[in-house]
Ligand binder design. Structure first.
Ligand SMILES: Cc1cc2nc3c(=O)[nH]c(=O)nc-3n(C[C@H](O)[C@H](O)[C@H](O)COP(=O)(O)OP(=O)(O)OC[C@H]3O[C@@H](n4cnc5c(N)ncnc54)[C@H](O)[C@@H]3O)c2cc1C
Ligand code: HEM
Length: 408
């Protein structure tokens, strides 16, 4: 794709790549400091992602660097831009929010680069920012329009009621619960694409209204969504609150389903679904969709978890596989418990690895979908590439801001 930026602007932006690579994270941290002085802008974010390892700052730094490297070939960024646009629509980011980021970003570049941030550098980055911002705004407007006009569609935050709640496992230290969410207005919902997530907004005492993403764990339908949440004992409390305080009848707000990780309407080839731990949620949505709509699709589902106590929805997945006939299920337990029996509760011990996959699933004829914790993805995504699975056949979701993917 050609860029409408002038050659001079491209040259200036390109020339700042080394300085940004050295200071990229500092620029983004300074940017967030400036941005969050505006309370209504700060309220748009998920603050659990701003602290600790500052993953959100890394994600934006990664996007800025990738952008600077590809300033004359924006086509190379299209997958990253689609993911960001989907995330922004989930967080209900609107065109009027973009000038706040522009001001904060340019101010931060000035703060960090000092004398190197000449008026020429700032002008070039301003132009470049608005080119990227315009691409995002355009795609986000398109997505919002599609979602608002779909059957059961809406825009922004809509009130839902917890219509069902179910504890899925016996592990008292890490319970996993499913919540059925129905619109409070009694209307229909958008049939999501299997694999997509919701953005939830709900008040937590002492933290105001917080936001969290949860993958939808049921197949598409027009009536309700299901999410399946692991209780994180030591986090910021978003999942604890859902487990401990979100009873049947409680209200919660949702934006429409979002995300670029989904099973297409007409899968062109067999699928291999790989999940680790609670990363099974988008896979269960895909399996329900395959069972309901794709009777001839060959699917291999390989799930890895610690043991039987952390293994949720096993009977449901087996029932889907039996009813469909061409869904093959294999489960790995890393540390089987006393009540677990090889061959009955699980098929393998240890972790899922590429060698086993190569020998047991049609890796090279399939689209591969992965979701799981960071170590799971960090091990398997490169292992699939090394095994020779084409990049465009590998699709993955990570339950947090995706720094690595954007910086790659
Ligand atoms: C697209 C997407 C889909 C998702 N789908 C699901 C899903 O289907 N099911 C699900 O259970 N989750 C899912 N998540 C994760 C979910 O959004 C939350 O991050 C998760 O529930 C934890 O939220 P929390 O507020 O309880 O903890 P957070 O504070 O957000 O903590 C996240 C992690 O960081 C650690 N942590 C954070 N702060 C501290 C601290 N101060 N000290 C020690 N440790 C800390 C926690 O141990 C925890 O593991 C998804 C995330 C994304 C982005
Ligand atoms: C050109 C401008 C922008 C770029 C390049 C950009 C980039 C990004 C990136 C890379 C992510 C992480 C996506 C992921 O998790 O995969 C993200 C998420 C997000 N962005 Fe932006 N963004 C821009 C503008 C904005 C604006 C204007 C706002 C609002 C003021 C905003 C608010 C958010 C929020 C709330 C999230 C989700 C944060 C979270 O997960 O905690 N962004 N953006």
């Amino acid at each position: 794709m050609s860029t409408p930026l002038s050659e001079a602007t491209v040259a200036v932006v390109r020339a700042t790549v080394p300085a940004l690579a050295a200071h990229g994270h500092a620029v983004t941290t300074a940017m967030y400091r400036r941005l969050f002085r505006d309370e209504h802008i700060a309220a748009l974010f998920n603050h659990a992602n701003q602290g600790g390892d500052n993953a959100q700052a890394h994600a934006l730094a990664g996007a800025i660097l990738a952008y600077a490297r590809n300033i004359d070939d924006l086509g190379a960024l299209s997958a990253a831009l689609e993911r960001i646009a989907q995330k922004h629509v989930g967080y209900h980011i609107l065109p009027e929010h973009y000038p706040f980021v522009a001001r904060a970003l340019l101010g931060a570049i000035e703060d960090v680069l000092g004398d190197a941030a000449t008026p020429q550098v700032l002008a070039a980055w301003g132009e470049a920012y608005w080119l990227l911002a315009d691409l995002l705004k355009q795609r986000e407007a398109e997505l919002r329009g599609e979602l608002a006009h779909a059957v059961g569609g809406w825009s922004g935050w809509r009130e839902f009621v917890v219509a069902g709640k179910r504890i899925e496992n016996a592990a008292a230290d890490a319970p996993i619960a499913s919540f059925e969410l129905r619109p409070a207005d009694g209307g229909a919902v958008i049939a999501h694409r299997p694999g997509q997530y919701l953005t939830l907004r709900y008040p937590v005492p002492g933290q105001g209204r917080i936001k969290r993403n949860y993958s939808i764990s049921c197949g598409p339908n027009r009536e309700a969504y299901r999410i399946t949440v692991k209780r994180e004992a030591h986090g910021h409390g978003g999942s604890r609150h859902l487990h401990d305080a979100m009873a049947i009848g409680e209200r919660i707000e949702l934006t429409p389903p979002a995300g670029d990780f989904f099973l297409p309407d007409a899968p062109p080839r067999p699928v291999v679904l790989l999940s680790g731990g609670v990363g099974l949620t988008p896979m269960v949505s895909m399996l329900e969709a395959i069972a309901a709509r794709h009777p001839r699709l060959q699917a291999h589902y390989v799930h890895g978890t610690a043991d039987g106590a952390s293994h949720v929805m096993a009977a449901h997945v087996q029932a889907l596989a039996r009813a469909h006939g061409a869904i093959h299920v294999s489960t790995f337990y890393a540390q089987p418990g006393a009540g677990d029996a090889l061959g009955r509760s699980h098929q393998r011990e240890g972790l899922i690895d590429a060698e086993w996959l190569r020998a047991n699933v049609p890796l090279f004829e399939s689209d591969v979908y992965l979701c799981g914790p960071r170590p799971f993805l960090r091990a398997l995504v490169p292992a699939l590439a090394r095994a020779g699975v084409a990049d465009e056949r590998v699709h993955y979701e990570f339950f947090g801001p995706s720094d690595e993917r954007l910086a790659a």
